[in-house]
Ligand binder design. Structure first.
Ligand code: HEM
Length: 461
């Protein structure tokens, strides 16, 4: 009896623990954990993440967890989950992104958490005073140079064309005019390193840098570029007005907070955030418009009616002109809908209930704007490019369509989504819900192409 009792107690104890774990797991969402410890479903997920999410949703239902590199990611795809993602106080943006920020930009968690809110307010405030004329001036120059290089019969890759247009314009506006290299070899180097950094960003945010040699090389190259140029960015003064660039405002704040040594790292983050979505959006807007001849024709007719026929004059695009061409803006929004970011993320601070499940604290809650935008309940015929669906959105009143989540949501949604304008009548700055500043340059490119009779040269192959 004396021999049996401890054994029985241990067995009963184990059974109780097992039952408890099972009960706990029953309340958790179904979990895809793969068969390799820690790596979990990392390989399958990493290969084609968007398809993986959709297949898992069909198989496991609207809430499911995936284990990737030791991290529990719980995906939410239906109303209840989306509401928790958007509204619950128990989920947090900063704690979800601090790790990826550390890996991709080498900003320690304590520094990131200390500065994030202030930096966010600074960037949002500065983006709020950028004006479209700053884009059109430089954009016109860049575009004219590009077209000259092309010659009258030249052809180019549309993606390359967009990069050559948007990299210099964005860098020179957000950081400092003239920062983007003008020497051909250095331009090539910039393109090569930014693309390598951008393409490897997802892996870079998950894996140790020592496993990603080329990516790490490009990251270091970009950090070095900023390190060399920070003193110049700091002392740069705009010839037109005395306003600070976005990066100058960031540098001022870092100096005030005694974290200047992290300036190149924040430069790298701002560079990536401003270019990683806008170049593909610009590319796809053109690709969609050019592959829908009716829409292309209507846009061109609209441009002719506002600006007249093509000529040699330099073109100025005003706020009022843009208002007369809503179809172009709808095309950009429709492109952003169809090419929205794959996922946005929040960290669960305290267990949250979604449907019949309890998502435990520590999980990353994941929402996919890409798939949400393909839900026919919110976007009928979701796979079709239908810019006219944006007619219903009250853009003047800062409202997108319901469930449009391309710029994220809540307190820290994308600061690049606003583009305030000078209101010609009231003479005040007013914030207008807009497609991202840089994405809107598509509109200007279209207008310029039409004005210089180049639109017929833009073809998809
Ligand atoms: C079509 C273009 C763009 C798209 C689709 C986009 C999308 C996003 C998304 C989804 C987020 C995360 C928000 C969240 O989790 O709730 C974000 C954050 C951010 N975006 Fe954008 N973005 C675009 C353009 C830009 C531009 C032009 C800038 C230029 C400054 C920019 C700067 C940022 C920054 C700094 C953050 C981080 C905000 C933070 O730290 O809290 N974005 N963007």
């Amino acid at each position: 009896m004396e021999f049996i009792s401890p054994t029985v107690i241990i067995i009963l104890g184990c059974v109780a623990v097992l039952l408890f774990l099972q009960w706990k797991n029953l309340r958790r969402p179904p979990c895809i954990s793969g068969w390799i410890p820690w790596i979990g479903a990392g390989f399958e997920f990493g290969k084609t993440p968007l398809e993986f999410i959709e297949k898992a949703r069909i198989k496991y239902g609207p809430v499911f967890t995936v284990i990737v590199m030791g991290t529990r990611m719980t995906f939410v795809t239906e109303e209840e989950g989306i509401n928790v993602f958007l509204k619950s106080k128990e989920v947090n943006f900063e704690l979800a992104v601090q790790n990826p920020i550390y890996r991709t930009a080498s900003i320690a968690k304590n520094i990131f958490l200390k500065l994030h809110e202030k930096l966010y307010i600074t960037v949002k405030g500065k983006m709020g005073t950028l004006n479209l004329y700053k884009f059109t001036g430089q954009l016109t120059e860049e575009l004219q140079e590009q077209l000259q290089n092309l010659g009258t019969h030249g052809t180019t890759d549309l993606n390359k064309f967009m990069r050559h247009l948007l990299y210099p314009v964005t860098v020179n506006i957000l950081f400092k005019k003239g920062l983007f290299p003008s020497d051909e070899r250095k331009i090539r180097e910039f393109h090569q390193h930014f693309q390598a950094y951008d393409e490897g960003f997802e892996y870079g945010s998950q894996l140790p840098e020592c496993l990603l040699r080329n990516w790490s090389k490009s990251k270091k190259w970009l950090l070095e570029l900023f390190k060399k140029n920070i003193p110049d960015i700091k002392t740069y003064k705009s010839a037109k007005d005395n306003s600070l660039t976005v990066m100058q405002a960031v540098l001022d704040l870092l100096e005030m907070e005694a974290n200047e040594q992290k300036s190149p790292n924040y430069g790298l983050l701002l560079l990536w955030a401003s270019l990683s979505n806008t170049v593909p959006v610009a590319f796809w807007t053109f690709a969609f418009v050019l592959s829908h001849p009716n829409i292309h024709r209507t846009i061109m007719e609209g441009i002719s009616s506002v600006f007249g026929t093509a000529g040699k004059d330099k073109i100025k695009v005003s706020e009022d002109d843009l208002k007369k061409l809503p179809l172009i803006k709808w095309c950009i929004l429709e492109t952003i809908r169809l090419r929205a970011p794959g996922v946005i993320t929040r960290k669960v601070l305290k267990p949250v209930k979604i449907l019949n499940y309890t998502v435990p604290s520590g999980d990353l809650l994941m929402l996919s704007p890409f798939w949400l935008h393909r839900n026919p309940k919110y976007f009928p015929e979701p796979d079709l490019f239908k810019p006219e669906r944006w007619k219903k959105a009250n853009l003047e009143k800062h409202a997108f369509l319901d469930c449009f989540m391309a710029f994220g949501s809540g307190k820290y949604q994308c600061p690049g989504r606003f583009c305030p304008r000078h209101h010609s009548q009231s003479k005040v700055w007013y914030p207008r819900h807009n497609v991202s500043c840089v994405a809107e340059v598509c509109l200007v490119i279209l207008i310029l192409c039409a004005k210089t009779k180049r639109s017929d040269k833009l073809q998809l192959f």
